[in-house]
Design a protein around this ligand. Sequence first.
Ligand code: 2P0
Length: 320
Amino acid sequence: MQATAIAQPNIALIKYWGKRDVERNLPAVGSISITLCALYTEVNVELVADLPGDVLLVNGVENQPMLPRVSACLDRVLGEKRAFARVASDSNFPIAAGLASSASAFAAMTVAAAAAANLSYTSEALARLAGATSGSAARSLFGGYAELSNSGDTINVSSLCEPESWPLEVVVAITEPGPKPTSSTVAMELSRQTSPFYDRWVLQQEHDLDVARAAILKRDFAQLATIAEHNCLKMHSVMWASRPPMVFWNAATMRCLQTVRRLQGEGCNVFFTIDAGPQVKAVCLPAEVERVRLALANTPGVQKIMTSSLGSAARLVNAA
Ligand code: 2P0
């Protein structure tokens, strides 16, 4: 009655920002992501008959604020007439800091909970369950390049390309390891309700998805770079124009963008993307990774660098 699973965070190149159905957590826009391999969350779920309630440990420390979301995730996977669970989640990177820790955590938790109860689901079904708790978690059920659709009556994820078919590298520049002030869930609802740019953002997303999908299928780095940077800056423009404004960047975030622009000017195959936090992810061809790592490490304000290749889908480690 216990199982452990591992999942990697994924980074959206075409971003999910906004919900069309809050209750069912259905996204207003489709998204395309890459799953990383060097960053991971390992989750153990133990179902215990005489436990008085669910218990959550995050990196070894009991966590109450996240517990309702974890319990709701367990209810979805196991049904509401379930035994209570002891859940332990351990990540090797800063959590709640715009590094997609909820994606890896809820993807791993969904896989572990199903295995602990001996339930067998397809990857698509697990993605639907994980995505109902955290939209981006659905994408971590797939490795390499994944697309989360905004059509249909449910959460739908599919694989676009395996990681080894087009191996890119990601250099993560951490400019502030502490937790962000506003959760993505709250921030994207604020954008939907108050940003004058939100409707336009939703309207243009199909075009950005088409361009990025085509770039991935033909391995066209320059095309992917241009559309990913455009989509990222558009998402942040939506946030900046929200009321109250949501500016997740700091001075070092901006300096990292300037570093990437300088590298591009020197002919380096690299582009940036930024999520709901101040960290900058630089995506590059494998031959450029050391150059990009050094340039970002030498950018004032960068506190830590992590590099990663593309990784595989969430998976079970053990069950008993
Ligand atoms: C993404 N983000 O596509 C976008 C880009 C952050 C910026 O998905 O409310 O934690 O749990 O469905 O998945 C982060 O939001 O939000 C996110 P919920 P989630 O990766």
